[in-house]
Design a protein around this ligand. Sequence first.
Ligand SMILES: [Zn+2]
Length: 553
Amino acid sequence: MRIAPLALAATLALPTLAQAADAGPISAARLSADVKVLADSKLAGRSPGGPGEAATLAYIVSQFKAAGLKPAGDKGGWTQAVPLIRFTVAADPKFSLTAGGKTQALAETQQIMAWTQRPTDRVAIENAPLVFVGYGVTAPERGWDDFKGVDLKGKIAVILINDPDFEAQAGEPVAGKFGGKAATYYGRWIYKFEEAARRGALGALIVHETAGAAYPWSTVVASNGESFDVVRPDPAAIHPLLQGWIQRDIAVDLFKAAGLDFEAQKTAARTAGFRPVPLIGASFSAELGVRTARLMSHNVLAQIPGGKRPGESVMFGAHWDAFGIGPADATGDTVRHGAIDDGMGVAGVLEIARAFAHGPRPDRTVVFGVWTAEERGLLGSEYYAQHPTFPLATTAGNLTLDVVQTAGAAHDVVLVGAGQDSLEADLAKAAARQGRSITPDPHPEKALFYRADHFSVAKRGVPTILIMGMAAGHDLVKGGREAGDRWVNDYTTRCYHQVCDNWSPDWDLTGAAQDIDLLYVVGRDLANSTRWPDWNAASEFKPIRAHTKALRK
Ligand SMILES: [Zn+2]
């Protein structure tokens, strides 16, 4: 699409920061200036397809152009059109469970949250049988298959949250097989719905447990029956007709009526020999109206073509979208500015692009993806991964910034997804050159590694590094870990996805510039090398990458 030039860009002036030092070519003042524009109320909280999209894209494109980059989008342009579809469950959906000869209506938001991601205007399920499929995992590299060929056609799969290792006791054969408490992709609700669809299930219901999900029932309800997807040629391939969650006590009663003990079944599901258990005498019915709406949004894609091996690439990414307009805060502001999440990441990608543009031409092509609809389910990056400008098999690595801390210089950088791939060693080396060190994300059970845009290409095999400044407190030069934790707590409780996530002249972007410089250095060295980083042996993504090895020299 063609984009009108934006007045905002022309009037950009570098704000003076209270305190900030640059790191290598990364300028703290320019980071601040970019975020100030992106967080401006004129961009209306940057919702995908919303009133601020055109101006947001125009600003990002203007900065890539000014730095001298080349476009890498559709038909030689700067953007990639991303067709999205929004699903809204109409008021008063009806759900019921029959078990032990009794039929019980399930109240939406109280006992069940369920929706569809099939393009349909009505879902009707009548007395479908239910089958408990344990954790719903197929992991050949771990010798694991919860389904054992069970026929799920016309049936509802009832699935446990997290992976079989999450509650394993020491000495159980499963202990350690799925990385202990640390989350794996197999523990994620998205994986479970997709796998149930691949196994032919009519519907999939996950049993909500707060510890395993890492969030309370209220978070499940917060979706408000609204969900998004990219427009897909075959949505049925990865979306069952109905997908959702039920509360744990509903599952306990359901199992009891079928003559089963929920906890005993959970324990049985922690063995590789587990076989699906039909819930005898139980069935599930649902009737809901669905409204679907198409909207068009866009990724921004820029490149610096490689001088020696342009067919090989290294990719940087961040997401431009935020949460649009929401409820007013105490000051009456309704714009969810998305300054730190992920205005800071976009600013970081722009600074890295400028650094490459001013340096010698890299051997490999360097690609910059600024994604839409991350907050709607990693959709812009997912669409790119389905329709890549540069083949993923020859994308050497993806380096992603999602939330960068604004609390000042730090002795360390927090790495989400530590232990996954060989890029971690490159990051450690680059950090050492800055006199800093890596701190692995202390809460891998929160599954942050599966919740940012790098994941769209990671699950297709591209090795990645994710910097996510809110994963844990940094060891700040001023105030140490305690001050770092205080920043994270304050940001997550007060500002994350809220109106309060706004630009501030009081930020100290010294640490942000250091983190962004780290990613620049790792990416630059990779772009000037012939190396193909790989996943570690224990990673769930290693087999996928191995599959495409023949395409790399
Ligand atoms: Zn984000």
